[in-house]
Design a protein around this ligand. Sequence first.
Ligand code: AMP
Length: 584
Amino acid sequence: MIVGIDLGTTNSLIGVMEAGFPILLADDNGSRLTPSVVHFPEAGDPLVGAAASRMRAVAPASTVYSAKRLIGLRGDDASAAELPSDYEIVRQTGRALRVRVRDHEYAPEEISALVLGKLKRDAEAALDQPFTRAVITVPAYFNDAQRNATKAAGEAAGFTVERIINEPTAAALAYGLDKLAAKSKIAVYDLGGGTFDISILELDNGVFQVLATSGNTHLGGDDVDEALIADCQLPIATWQKRELVIEAKHRLSTETTVRIDAPFVAGQNLTYELTRERLEKIARPIIQRTRAHCLRALTDSKLAATDLDEIILVGGMTRMPFVRQFVAELFGREPNISQNPDEAVALGATIQAGILSGAVRDVVLLDVTPLSLGIETFGGLMNVIIPRNSTIPLKAGEMFTTAVNQQRAMKIKVLQGEREMAADNWTLGEFEIEFPPAPKGVARVGVQFEIDADGILQVLARDTKTGREKIVALTSAVDVSDEAVEAMIADSLEHAFEDMSERVWTETRLKAEEMLGAVEKAFQLAGDRLPAEQKQQITGLTSKVREAIASHETARLKAANAALDDATQELAALIVEQAMTTKL
Ligand code: AMP
């Protein structure tokens, strides 16, 4: 079992596939949203989630929120204005940002790990079983350091992080589960409490590619709330106004006028009334700031709004009718509002987890081959049939001929890796296909590799003469750990030069051996018709080729091959002539 987690700036969610459906899990209060907030009391264990969130107003300096804005950043990466300001952040050039609460410093990933730990405990209680494997989402714009720090947070919380996936990809997955086989272009418009992200993705046969992203890490519902607070004339504290205007804002997504009673203040009974029209007037300039980012992303992806097949809305603020209308006008089409905007990312993460665990079967695997797949050919060379990064499912094949005379079988050794020599790659499996004895270069064996949606590699070898075939299924073609893939690629780069010379040498040697065999055969057939002098010259050149093979010098062997090739033109012509005469 693998869980899916949306580790959000404000709220986090966790889900699991149950009976083929992605289900988000609730904590013991029945809430599926866990505030990404940690409060450190003077004594005792930290509070996490809703309990911590309630402490923000009372003890701001010891209540850490929005750790996601700090994760993976160093002191010089962020300007002070972009960081949370209610608690102390230790910023030093070149060093990772840290949070200070009283006399203790915490890495942002430690804060995130506490949030993830609570999600894990709550989910284990809900499911009544322990688990460790998880998929965690991150914004598409997160760099390697931010992704690695997120992964470290997951590991610190006791998870095995199976994959880190992009939030817009997860959202698209949640919306488009049934349309994965199609080729389409999608925009994900994500307006949350504090951040705005726009991503443009291309979906091709189950593989998502983020074409462009843009956004603003300080643009969202909070700005609308601030503007509403400034507009609210009631004689009450700011934090009270905030609670009132947020409630009003939410209700105005379904109502047109709301009246909210303010807390009882000094003998007065205050009432706050707000219309949708007024809200929209106040929110408009804020929402309009998303426009430039959308246009930027379209330009970067070299697409026009009309090229898009779907606009997906994510983030709580997209519940606001004005936002939906704004998006519809900007992109020239009605946005897709089929999903709960708070839950789409977590549902997508859960579906991805289900794909990885095998719980989701009838879905195209959103994947590419991590390493090249091929077979070993004569001389110990790697012959690539499916190059790395090919999108799956797919099928590819090649024809092979016998390498020696009277060959009765061909060994199919299935390899994975980036090295030129077969022995340096990993062997996934091995089998033999037999056929009636055939002369060299005659029997043709078709080899086909097919990777299905589940990542299972099937290798088929068919003797084209008799139609006899063998099929072998191998499982591990796609499921290779990131570390192993990185190591293999690093090795192939490190040895690129030697590998290439080894391949060129082997190919040259194979050519030499082939020519020597051909010359011998030609001498038997037509040697007597060749002038003695020429015969002697050719014999001399074949010895040169043999010596060059023994020397293991590629350039020397190439030259010897070329000389022999030149000298045997006439002999080859004689053989063709003889063949024609025999036929006549
Ligand atoms: P998120 O960061 O995605 O959780 O989005 C939170 C933002 O969405 C906050 O600014 C919320 O006030 C806002 N929001 C949540 N629900 C609604 C709603 N029904 N109507 C308008 N805004 C909402």
